[in-house]
Design a protein around this ligand. Structure first.
Ligand code: ADP
Ligand code: MG
Length: 336
């Protein structure tokens, strides 16, 4: 008997989804992905890896070259954007500055010819759901960034989508607002019980938000997993380097990734790997050391994060020779 639990119901399923912009220009290369219903999924990867193209194909703003897109088991690959059950939230919210919050939210219903009384009632109802009902008459310029984001959310939700698609929604915001807004997005995803698919190039943002992270590179998926799984068990050298916080080392057992907080320092001439301290950066709770390994084991400089209290007890200075070691159980083997 098969004891494995059934796969969670997929809100979105991509099957060998491919986009070629021309000969030799494959932006998305036969990707397969299941996004669980009511989950927060982040598509993560460096600029140009195919995140936006994937999202736009799901939205119906970009045609597919081959492959299929399913939404709740319905094949939507060739449906027009408005008939898919998806909605898009754009960077910087893209609200109409001359319209009230209420009219912004009601706008797409107006375009569909829904009668005024009905569209305003539905827009007001959605603004209430995102705790903005009392500010319905304000224009975007009279609202804070957080309030504008809620209006943009209500506007995206007016078409009753099953899946909300967000393309770098926070990247134009200043760092403080960005952290505040991502907490809001996470809150509303849970509160509304919808599936969010959020594109970002920031591993920090993806780790903070995602139930499932999808790490992409050159139009392909490198790894899918929870932030914890991806951070602790990067599948490839690319993922280890892109996620940050890891050292990629050539050991006798092969290439491994070791988290920079899992490397221990000891005085030189003991039994570890000899290295020289190059930089010392104070980071508050941690001190980050940059080291050069003597020999050719490292594929670049090695970084080590020491808790501040450990560093205060035993400081290290540039030029100092040390030995590095780690628990072999903390060395994660990387696919060749
Ligand atoms: P990301 O969102 O991950 O930064 P994109 O999906 O926008 O990446 O782009 C993936 C690749 O496809 C890039 O090489 C980009 O230059 C190319 N590309 C994107 N849009 C077009 C287009 N309309 N025409 C031709 N090439 C495109
Ligand atoms: Mg993009």
């Amino acid at each position: 008997m098969d004891a494995s639990p059934p796969a969670p119901f997929a809100a979105v399923e991509l099957v060998a989804l491919t986009k070629q912009y021309g000969p030799g220009a494959t932006a998305v290369d036969a990707i397969d992905l299941r996004i669980a219903a009511n989950s927060y999924c982040c598509l993560l990867g460096p600029s140009g890896c195919g995140k936006s193209t994937t999202l736009r194909m799901i939205a119906g703003h970009e045609s597919t070259t081959s492959g299929d897109i399913l939404l709740e088991n319905r094949n939507i690959t060739t449906l027009p954007a408005a008939a898919r059950g998806t909605a898009m939230m754009f960077q910087s919210f893209a609200l109409f500055p001359h319209l009230s919050a209420l009219d912004n939210v009601a706008f797409s219903l107006k375009m569909k010819g829904v009668a005024k009384a009905e569209r305003l009632a539905r827009a007001q109802d959605l603004l209430e759901r995102v705790a903005m009902g009392h500010l319905a008459q304000r224009k975007p310029g009279e609202l804070s960034g957080g309030q504008q984001q809620r209006v943009a959310l209500a506007r995206a939700l007016i078409t009753q989508p099953r899946v909300l698609l967000l393309d770098e929604p926070l990247s134009a915001l200043d760092p403080f607002l960005r952290v505040q807004m991502r907490a809001e997005l996470r809150h509303w995803q849970r509160e509304l019980g919808l599936t969010f698919v959020h594109v970002t190039h920031s591993q920090e943002e993806a780790m903070a938000l995602a139930d499932t992270m999808v790490v992409m590179n050159h139009g392909r998926i490198e790894q899918v997993g929870s932030p914890h799984a991806v951070y602790n068990r990067p599948a490839s050298e690319f993922v280890a380097r892109f996620m940050g916080g890891h050292n990629v080392l050539n050991t006798t057992a092969g290439k491994v990734a070791v988290r920079n907080d899992h490397i221990r320092l000891a005085p030189a001439s003991s039994t570890g790997w000899p290295a020289t301290v190059q930089d010392v950066e104070y980071q508050g709770t941690y001190v980050l050391l940059g080291l050069a390994l003597q020999g050719d084991a490292a594929t670049g400089p090695v970084s080590v994060m020491l808790p501040e209290a450990d560093f205060v007890q035993r400081p290290y200075a540039p030029g100092e020779c040390v030995d590095l070691s780690w628990d072999p159980a903390q060395a994660h083997a990387l696919a060749a």
